[in-house]
Design a protein around this ligand. Structure first.
Ligand SMILES: Cc1cc2nc3c(=O)[nH]c(=O)nc-3n(C[C@H](O)[C@H](O)[C@H](O)COP(=O)(O)O)c2cc1C
Length: 406
């Protein structure tokens, strides 16, 4: 791993090791992938201000997220089927996050169950839940998270219906993978992956298997999942979740100023400005371009977290400068996991932490609290004011030739 210098390097290694169907599942955005691309492009457009001759010898990247001390303002985002990128992927990623002093979020759609992860790690983690049609099952999931001492519930609110990823259809993407000839041949070239999946605790959705009545078969579980996302999801559901979850609540998937204002009044402790990593509404704005607007709308009522396109520590500083209290990273840590398991996730976190540290120094700040609009060259994403209307020009008068003297 000593030649790994950046997240992109981890991505290259992971691409070679993870079977195509799962790799594409990780990389893809919905439909034309326009929003996926925009997330990265707009982050890169946020220009940092290069400062000099400021004493930045003693720097500190630590801060808090939801009152929890973190070594760097980053948490691992909920990622469905992490345990198919690497056997026991959720446990390994959680261990790496906790050793690095940052939160890990377990997805409802994980391979290892809440209980598997809780047993295998020392500290509490965050649990992400979708609002699903079977409210009884959802309630039992939340109760299981509480019993496992999860320290925050992340309620994902932008998946009331599933955005399509074309590659998942083309690849016959199921859990476990559909045994198409192409998938079998591909897996045959990835023996290390196959071995660690075989060794892993589970091969299907750990939070659902054995807990959903009459749905023991793997295919029926997958069908059940697809049917369970609930388009009736509305603000009253948040009240209901609050009534059964006494801990900290994070609403993930807010991209609109009006929604942010309502969310701030809903009793949530934090919101995540997120478009699901470009996997839901294709055509939505990039999440970084909405971040300052949401921060402005909610003031100090809730913490605003951010995700979408973070691949470097420079990106973390950009998001903090635009008002985020912390960032979630998705693909960046999955690349590490696919490349080298737990050590790869540790590497991904360390790369981002080091890059943030250097970026802080070069922008003249020594602590996270000092990062604000002061580190930006110019305020980005400011709505261009309509050009002032000019007074209508006097009509061109064609000079008549002077009348010729007679
Ligand atoms: C492979 C993959 C699976 C995901 N699964 C979930 C999930 O189960 N629940 C959820 O709330 N978000 C899920 N997300 C969205 C992430 O939590 C996060 O919002 C997104 O990855 C951030 O963008 P980034 O990958 O560019 O960092 C998933 C994203 C990816 C890439």
């Amino acid at each position: 791993m000593k030649n790994i210098a950046c997240i992109e390097d981890l991505r290259h290694v992971a691409r070679r090791r993870v079977p195509k169907a799962f790799w594409d599942y990780v990389e893809a955005g919905s439909y034309t992938e326009g929003t996926l691309r925009r997330n990265r492009e707009d982050l890169l457009d946020v220009k940092l201000r290069q400062r000099i001759l400021i004493d930045v010898d003693k720097r500190d990247t630590s801060t808090t997220m939801l009152g929890e001390k973190v070594s760097v303002p980053v948490a691992l985002a909920p990622i469905g089927i992490c345990g198919m990128v690497h056997g026991d992927g959720e446990i390994l990623a959680c261990r790496a996050a906790q050793a690095a002093g940052i939160p890990f979020t377990l997805s409802t759609m994980s391979i290892c169950s809440i209980e598997d992860v809780a047993e295998a790690v020392d500290k509490p983690f965050w649990f992400q839940v979708y609002v699903i049609r079977d409210r009884g099952f959802m309630k039992s999931l939340i109760e299981r998270a509480y019993a496992a001492k999860c320290s925050a519930l992340v309620l994902t609110v932008d998946l009331q219906i599933l955005g399509q990823r074309h590659c998942d259809i083309r690849n016959g993407m199921t859990v476990p993978p559909e045994m198409r000839l192409a998938n079998v041949l591909d897996i045959a070239t990835k023996p290390a992956w196959a071995w660690n999946i075989l060794k892993g605790k589970r091969k299907t959705f750990g939070n659902l298997a054995g807990h959903v009545k009459g749905m023991e078969g793997i295919t029926s579980l997958a069908q059940w999942t697809a049917q369970q996302f609930d388009p009736t999801l509305n603000w009253r559901d948040i009240e209901w979740v609050k009534s059964i979850w006494p801990g900290k609540l994070i609403l993930k998937g807010i991209m609109d100023v009006e929604d942010a204002r309502i969310a701030a009044q809903s009793g949530a402790d934090a919101i995540v400005c997120s478009n699901h990593g470009g996997r839901q509404l294709d055509g939505a704005a990039s999440s970084i371009s909405m971040l300052p607007k949401l921060v402005d709308a909610v003031g100090d009522d809730v913490e605003v977290l951010f995700d979408g396109g973070i691949r470097t520590g420079m990106d973390v500083e950009r998001a903090i400068a635009l008002g985020a209290k912390g960032c979630l990273i998705g693909r960046s840590f999955v690349y590490g996991l696919g490349a080298y398991g737990q050590a790869g996730v540790t590497k991904a976190i360390e790369i981002i932490r080091k890059e943030l540290d250097v970026t802080m120094a070069l922008t003249g700040v020594a602590s996270i609290a000092q990062i604000g609009p002061n580190v930006l060259l110019e305020p980005p994403f400011v709505q261009k004011k309509p050009a002032k209307k000019r007074a209508p020009r006097a009509k061109k008068t064609t000079l008549k030739p002077a009348a010729k003297p007679n």
